[in-house]
Ligand binder design. Structure first.
Ligand SMILES: [Zn+2]
Length: 192
């Protein structure tokens, strides 16, 4: 999947969770951190790919990317599995707990959830691509939906750009439309 599909999928997943759960009150700083963490989570599994946008934006990114790719076992391996999600979750938890004292107005627990939702959305989206996702590593089987590979999507193909992306956008607009007044009132009552 393209980075922009992952970006949109991450925010859609977050919106779906927010629409179906009681969203706790939070500060504006938490909301910003939540959105940022969700977007980072949405592309994080592709750190195993030297050409990923994640690395492209860094000066020596492609070198680091190649190193990360080797370390993670190549593209669509460890970082694209539940084991990888657990590893990401563990490391980000440590990271957030370490920096929490510097950001007392940020609820790091919510930031952490948003990051994990982003990662899971990435794996779900990659599951509908031809390559599939090795969800159950170390069992080395790549799963895909639909199971028939030829029905799945090729990254960057017209089906991704003209079907998947618009569909995600429609879901977001539909959610926005359904919850418009409660979103406004929620934003209005954000803690400072
Ligand atoms: Zn991926």
């Amino acid at each position: 999947m393209l980075a922009r599909t992952h970006d949109l999928a991450a925010i859609t997943a977050l919106a779906l969770v927010a629409a179906t759960q009681a969203v706790p009150q939070m500060t504006l700083s938490t909301l910003i951190a939540v959105l940022l963490a969700n977007q980072i989570g949405g592309i994080a599994p592709d750190i195993d790919q030297p050409t990923a946008p994640f690395w492209r934006n860094l000066p020596v990114g492609h070198v680091l990317g190649r190193f990360a790719g080797k370390l993670l076992g190549g593209h669509r391996f460890l970082s694209h599995s539940l084991l990888g999600v657990a590893l990401f979750a563990f490391l980000t938890k440590l990271f957030l707990e370490f920096f929490q004292p510097l950001f007392p107005h940020v609820d790091s627990q919510l930031v952490w959830y948003a990051f994990i939702i982003g990662i899971l959305s990435h794996l779900v989206m990659d599951t509908i691509t031809k390559e599939g996702v090795p969800w159950l590593l170390p069992i080395p089987i790549k799963f895909g939906v639909p199971p028939l590979r030829s029905l799945r999507i090729t990254t960057g193909s017209w089906r991704e750009v003209w079907l998947v992306l618009p569909l995600l956008l429609v879901i977001d607009l539909w959610l926005l439309n359904m919850h418009y007044t409660s979103i406004l009132s929620y934003l209005h009552h954000l803690q400072r």
